[in-house]
Design a protein around this ligand. Structure first.
Ligand SMILES: Cc1ncc(COP(=O)(O)O)c(C=O)c1O
Length: 349
């Protein structure tokens, strides 16, 4: 990494320097996409993917209510209408039957989120998209390296947005993100949109943005990408250990992996009774458990204008009351996990 930083400084190549192109090529090869376009963060990646795919103000975009706020913000910022859908009770991914029921004449996009590190069921996503002529844009922010039936997150839709926020499976040392796609024309549009709408310097045929992947972050990502496969394997091993340690705690519902999925366990999310109390006790024991996410999109003040009150998405709302993310990261040891589970056991009484 030090050599990469030194090269960027030597070349004063701070904006779209060689490390950016090198990372884009390496990440595209890692997931098996034709193109990767580095941008400033994952929210921008989703917005630019939607814009490059031709979103317009009338377009309705189906997305889950149980996701990080950025998925919905990207839709709004692209100028389209978010149409929220409940999630499935066992794996918390988008409920595609309900998505089908919410299709209207104006529905143009389907935005599945590969939540917690496993992919939404691609075959059902594709069947729904085919039946209604929808364009699929994947939110792959939590699923770098995840696969379903051999296909990688970020390669199954028309395009995908991903995030390299520091806490992600592949994290930069600051904000960073990327769009991935097999579509040459869409890739070219994202390249222009991220760079003031310009392909030729000082010529701006369309409105664009300043949303480029920082060269120094690309150096970090290039170095870390080489270890991502091993880190994902370590996360899976940690998840298996939690599964075993929690097996005799019937009050705890363990995460459910869909058949066909290779999960990368960005998060290990269980469900517990008296969740807020349990979380407080874990935190008091010095365990960094968290909630992803405590408030579904439709109950966020920022999305009040959708007019969807409590009760609109009962599965997501119940999940928001019961879910608990136990610490997971590649370096987590078996002893640390035993401590987490001992604390959880005490908290549950
Ligand atoms: C599901 C999901 N979508 C989008 C984003 C947005 O990414 P960023 O924070 O890089 O803008 C994140 C992460 O923060 C995320 O978890």
């Amino acid at each position: 990494m030090a050599a990469g930083f030194a090269a960027a400084l030597d070349q004063t190549a701070f904006i779209l320097g060689p490390a950016v192109a090198a990372f884009e090529a390496a990440y595209a090869a890692f997931i098996g996409a034709r193109h990767c376009i580095g941008v400033a963060n994952g929210t921008d990646a989703l917005e630019l993917a939607l814009r490059a795919a031709g979103v317009d103000a009338d377009a309705e975009v189906l997305l889950p209510a149980n996701t990080f706020i950025a998925t919905a913000l990207a839709v709004l910022r692209a100028g389209a209408r978010p149409v929220l859908v409940d999630c499935e009770p066992d794996h918390h991914l988008i409920d595609l039957e309900q998505a089908a029921a919410r299709v209207t004449k104006r529905t143009r996009f389907l935005l599945p989120v590969h939540l917690y590190g496993q992919m939404a069921p691609t075959e059902t996503v594709e069947a729904l998209a085919r039946a209604h002529g929808l364009t699929v844009i994947e939110d792959a922010a939590q699923a770098q390296g995840a696969r379903r039936d051999g296909r990688a997150a970020g390669t199954t839709g028309r395009a995908a947005g991903t995030s390299f926020y520091p806490g992600k499976n592949l994290g930069a040392y600051g904000d960073a993100g990327a769009v991935t796609t097999d579509d040459d024309a869409l890739a070219a549009r994202v390249r222009a949109l991220r760079n003031y709408g310009s392909e030729v310097k000082y010529h701006h045929p369309e409105l664009g943005f300043n949303s480029r992947l920082d060269t120094l972050q690309a150096v970090v990502l290039n170095a870390k990408l080489k270890r991502l496969g091993g880190w994902n394997e370590a996360r899976r091993a940690a998840a298996r250990r939690y599964d075993d340690l929690l097996a005799d705690l019937p009050a705890v519902t363990r995460p459910h992996t869909l058949a066909g999925n290779e999960h990368v366990f960005h998060l290990y999310v269980v469900r517990v009774p008296r969740r807020d109390d349990v979380l407080r006790r874990l935190n008091a024991d010095g365990i960094g458990a968290q909630i992803h996410y405590p408030v579904p999109i439709h109950l966020q003040g920022a999305f009040r204008h959708l007019g969807l009150g409590p009760g609109s998405f009962p599965v997501a709302e119940r999940a928001a009351r019961e879910i608990l993310s136990l610490p997971i990261y590649p370096e987590l040891t078996a002893e640390q996990q035993a401590r987490v589970v001992a604390s959880l056991r005490r908290a549950l009484g």
